[in-house]
Ligand binder design. Sequence first.
Ligand SMILES: O=C(O)CCC(=O)C(=O)O
Length: 380
Amino acid sequence: MAPGLSMPAEICSEDDEQFESSYQKGVKYLSDNNNNNGIITRVPTKYILPALDRPNSSEADHCTSTNLNLPVIDFAELQGPNRTQVIKSLAKACEEFGFFQLVNHSISRDVIGNMIEVSKSFFELSFDERAKYMSSDMYSPVRYGTSFNQSKDKVFCWRDFLKLSCNPMSNALSFWPSCPVDFREVAVDYSSQTKFLYLMLMEAILESLGLLEEPMGKLNDKQTWKDFEDGSQLMVVNCYPSCPEPDLTLGMPPHSDYGLLTLLLQDEVKGLQIQHQGKWLTVEPIPNCFVVNVGDHLEIFSNGKYQSVLHRVLVNSSKSRISIASLHSLPFNCMIRPSPKLVDEANPRRYKDTDFATFLEYVSSREPKSKNFLESRKLM
Ligand SMILES: O=C(O)CCC(=O)C(=O)O
């Protein structure tokens, strides 16, 4: 056992089964249940990354203290007379960074503030209350868990999560947490408003790719706008408790998101880093703003014009952090393939067809690190 670490009373050695089952309860449980005046002083071995995977360990990490001013897209301007100009900025942001900050997005401060508050309140519930939602079933409409993939990860991440599937909402909602009492109402409102925002952004992205000659209609011989409207939405509420030795671990390892677009809401605590030109750079939180990023499915759909970008999360020793990622894609049963209009002799097809089931099969059978799922879909 790491010296100075104070563990839950029922736990005695880091190697024994009880210890392992305690880690399966998550980092919030670990932080809340120790007997050293409520303070964890060391990170257990289970969370200590090999030296090369730690923050500040590599060439790419030399800039971890550098903040990154991501391109800012003004959503209100996108709806106005400057749309053409904003579409160009959007295309540049997607090509150069794969990430941008979205401001003036029309979702009210109340809706955003309530979602952050209700998420914090959920993670403040007793472990027994949170544990009602623990499941290893990837298809479950609600899933509370820890790390990245807790049944596969050798080293655990310093993160707990609550995953909420929104498809179809009429089926999913009754499985979502009923405590705190306003959780469902707040989360449903938030999910429908982020879905609307996503659709407006997706329309702009299709326009930026030159795919919307018939706005909102048929996109090519197989794709219609309805596929986007009926698309999947998964909300991931992340909780990163403060960590006594943040240099030894990560809140989330480097990964890309699977969908078309992710809309991320973060509280005022920084932690998100993206890999840009070989360096890890910290995304400065802007209050009341969304961080939007290109996912693997958009990389495939755009035939590589817009690429998903590796990102990871650092933790810190003084503050816990909450973020809410809303991941959007086509319906689960739809095939994702490069848009035929973006494939020609000069730009041959670069990716295999893929679907959601293939992705789930892939991630449940191995440790999903880096962009290895997308790599497996490449044709060249
Ligand atoms: O917490 C964050 O800032 C990022 C979360 C994230 O990358 C994810 O949920 O996939």
